[in-house]
Design a protein around this ligand. Structure first.
Ligand code: XIL
Length: 448
């Protein structure tokens, strides 16, 4: 094949150029490729995570966006009681394991969600009498935490145990109603005894500002700390919309909890809306976390609007075509990252497709097609992660900048940056397999 014949000799000539580029990039990260949410957050000593659903991991755009942008995951439903112990004593970990091993293979943190919660709770649990319920609760905590021991950064041990409104009271649940106020303390003590290395969090919603509900949680945490009940962190879900916007005292509220001697985390962030208003709210949340030393990280409740639990409210950072939204730019900017490309109002978007165009025993050629969205674009960039120990020996119609490890190339245009709306261009490369025939992971396209 003609292309192949031309590409392989060119490969040798280009090798030294590419190696030189890799070295330079390694030394000057800030001047190189656009940051991801994860890398920008890491620069501030924080993680930036997302909720993940196991059944979407097989969708290339989903997995690529996840892998490119996020440094932590929370299984959206897969670790909940109804998913893991729908029948008493019979534990199912398949879907959650899939997420955890994906995360581990990419070096992402995992938040465990959640051990004791009134919702997504099988009916056999609510049918138990008190002493049996106590046994079942402690066994559930023990089995899950043992299964994932050493793999979980933080567990939401108890979720949503307080009532909304002005009462500050506990919410009615099988645990509360049958075991009384002590169930939370008991759950945390059991959790600590099973995995002393995981951070143990209490997690709730409508506790994001100072109000009766957050005051009640605050009093509980203060009491736990004074009596030595093991608690390490408080999660603030932060599900916002026009009826429940980001509170003006959000940062102050995070700070008062941190001052009790616990870490705070934003655990399920999503903000309904669009455009600049949504972007501004996201920026406010990120800045609040960064301003609180003990705010250790942020998690958005999903990768894309396409699969959000509140999809019609378009509350996430990537739209349903995986294009970055202005909210993405605002988050990246608040994290001090460079790059962006969420359009910021320009409407510039692009998508990518990948094909292996030739394959031989010790190498292959790949081609990435870049297609402009519904607006013209003047530039694009595409991250391509190659499987180690593969080596790229040639790359044409694109200009790569390499990460420090020399496996991820962020490819930008050489002559082919300007595309009319809906028009395409492509770049290609030759890869020496070095024993691995794995395909590269082609990340989301960023347009300008
Ligand atoms: C939601 C999931 O996103 C949905 O897919 C599911 O149907 C219901 O639960 N508070 C929590 C999360 O702690 O577990 C919830 O997740 C959203 C509210």
């Amino acid at each position: 094949m003609l292309t192949l014949k031309r590409a392989r000799p060119a490969a040798r000539a280009l090798t030294s150029v590419l190696l030189a580029a890799a070295t330079v990039t390694a030394l000057s990260h800030s001047a190189s490729a656009a940051d991801s949410l994860a890398s920008a957050a890491a620069g501030k000593g924080r993680y930036f995570g997302t909720a993940v659903a196991a059944n979407h991991l097989g969708e290339a755009a989903y997995a690529n966006t996840l892998d490119q942008e996020f440094g932590a995951v929370t299984p959206e439903n897969e670790m909940k009681w109804d998913a893991t112990e729908s029948t008493r004593g019979a534990f199912t970990f398949t879907a959650a394991d899939q997420i955890v091993s994906h995360a581990q293979s990419k070096g992402m943190k995992v938040r465990g969600h959640t051990l004791v919660w009134h919702s997504q709770l099988p009916s056999w649990v609510s049918g138990l009498a008190a002493s049996d319920l106590r046994t079942a609760m402690n066994n559930h905590i023990t089995q899950l935490m043992q299964h994932y021991k050493g793999k979980i950064y933080a567990w939401d041990v108890v979720n949503e145990a307080f009532q909304d409104g002005s009462s500050g009271a506990r919410r009615s649940s099988p645990f509360q109603d049958k075991l009384g106020n002590g169930f939370i303390e008991e759950a945390f003590r059991t959790a600590r005894s099973v995995d002393p290395d995981a951070k143990l969090c209490y997690n709730d919603y409508n506790t994001d500002g100072v109000n009766a509900k957050s005051n009640a949680v605050y009093a509980m945490v203060k009491d736990f700390k004074s009596r030595g009940v093991p608690i390490d962190c408080v999660g603030f879900q932060s599900h916002f919309n026009s009826a429940s916007p980001v509170p003006s005292d959000y940062q102050a509220n995070l700070q008062r909890f941190a001052d009790l001697g616990v870490d705070v985390q934003i655990t399920e962030l999503d903000i309904e809306g669009s455009g600049a208003a949504q972007a501004t709210s996201y920026g406010t949340v990120v800045k609040a976390c960064l301003a609180v030393t003990r705010c250790t990280g942020m998690t958005v409740w999903g990768v894309t609007d396409k699969y959000s639990w509140r999809s019609s409210g378009t509350p996430l950072l990537f739209d349903s075509n995986y294009a970055k939204k202005p909210a993405y730019d605002a988050v990246l900017a608040a994290l001090g990252g460079t790059g962006g490309g969420g359009g910021g109002g320009t409407g510039a978007t692009c998508t990518v497709t990948f094909a292996r165009t030739a394959d031989w025993s010790d190498g292959y050629n790949g081609e990435v097609t870049v297609k402009a969205g519904s607006s013209p674009i003047t530039g694009w960039s595409v991250p391509v992660a190659f499987a180690s120990p593969q080596k790229v020996t040639a790359l044409w119609n694109g200009s790569p900048s390499w990460d420090a490890g020399g496996t991820v190339a962020t490819v930008r245009p050489t002559y082919n940056g300007s595309l009319a709306a809906g028009a395409s261009t492509s770049f290609g490369f030759t890869v020496a397999k070095n024993g691995s025939s794995a395909l590269p992971a082609v990340g989301a396209c960023t347009a300008s």
